[in-house]
Design a protein around this ligand. Sequence first.
Ligand SMILES: Cc1cc2nc3c(=O)[nH]c(=O)nc-3n(C[C@H](O)[C@H](O)[C@H](O)COP(=O)(O)OP(=O)(O)OC[C@H]3O[C@@H](n4cnc5c(N)ncnc54)[C@H](O)[C@@H]3O)c2cc1C
Length: 418
Amino acid sequence: MKNIVILGAGFGGLRAAIVLGKNNKKLRRKGYQITLIDKNRYHTYTPLLYEISTTSKETANYLDLKSVTTYPIEGVLLGLPIEFIEGEIQEIDLVNKKIQLAERQVEYEYLIIALGAETNFFDIPGLKENALELKSLNDALKIRDTVWEMVEGAAQNEAVDIVIGGAGSTGVELAGEIQEWLSQLKKEGYRCRTSVTLIDAAPAILSGFDPRITKIASQRLKKLDTSILTEEKIDKVENNKAYLASGKIVSFDLLIWTGGVKANSIAEKLPVKYEKQSRIGVLGELLCAFEKSDLKAEGNVYGIGDIVCVPDSTGKPVPMVARAAIIQGTIAAKNIVSEIKGKKSYLKYNPKEYPYIIPVGGKYAIAKIGPFTIVGFFGWILKGLVELNYLFSIMPNMRALRIWLRGLRIFIQNDRLG
Ligand SMILES: Cc1cc2nc3c(=O)[nH]c(=O)nc-3n(C[C@H](O)[C@H](O)[C@H](O)COP(=O)(O)OP(=O)(O)OC[C@H]3O[C@@H](n4cnc5c(N)ncnc54)[C@H](O)[C@@H]3O)c2cc1C
């Protein structure tokens, strides 16, 4: 059997695997099998990570939080004839069509690269060593434990200052939610003084978003008592101090960096064309664009999700969002099926503006769907429904509903302030 290999079981890779799995009979007849590789045994629903970072230990333990945000991949693939390999990919050899894992090699005939993105610290001195990041469940739990320990260990009136570098959607979500959590902890009797400061180099928070959304989010954060420093670039970090380009120095007890992303560095040395943020350039059919024409390697390597860069009609890169990865996963998988069946027509990926929802503390979110903006509690409800809809699309309905209800119970209990 020849192998169709998918690297990464995130939003894009998992969707590609499901679409290919559903076409298995046709593929088998032509001598193909499907393999999915990921370093984790589970798929992570990242939009919930900010909630995990701010859930009190009394509300939910580690296992509860893990079960509502991460889903075992083998469970998701149940009934689909897909081989899942748990392993860290060390090298992608496009010329010899081989994937190197720690203890084995996997050969492929078709490849889908869906390895996502990682935090970009922009080589700012001291930043990586002194800041926490938020990309995975473990990162989220680390933030939660650190905040909790700092507040618990602080004496009356002692200051606990939290600084978040980067006011994109993750920074804004986290700032709002941490602020709410701290207010709650104080109501429960902790007597330290706390502050949350959001710093960004752009003139406003949520740079690149609709200015109306930026305004609503800024007002909400101010109402929650979050300090916002814009047009301030962090130049250096040391000894619990962030040194800004303007000359200001901001002291912190905890620094969280949400100020940059770049493509997964595993793909850094491939013979492909690179675009902004080290992302791989792809053509309309989502085939990777090669630096030099190499007939041996070209033609069977697809790239999807955060690791690739597709410009929209204005030339701006499509944002790194789950919806884009899911749509691209479906297109890449369908194009592989068509090609194996001998069809010469390919689906093309047409970037468009995706709806988005930005939660800003408690049961409050700002949703933008086309020309409509839904703000507050109904935005938060919509966010929950989007999650449920996603779970329905990757697992049986009853299991999806059970997980969703468990999450709802935890997060409602946690967001007491509303
Ligand atoms: C905190 C946070 C909140 C977010 N909130 C939202 C939101 O509300 N809405 C939204 O649309 N988007 C959101 N996003 C963005 C969204 O998560 C990404 O756009 C989406 O995950 C991209 O999908 P992907 O398939 O490209 O990569 P991912 O989903 O990141 O999947 C990559 C996969 O590759 C695996 N992998 C990576 N390296 C290796 C390796 N060396 N070996 C083996 N496996 C490897 C990883 O384990 C992972 O499973 C958020 C992201 C974060 C970090």
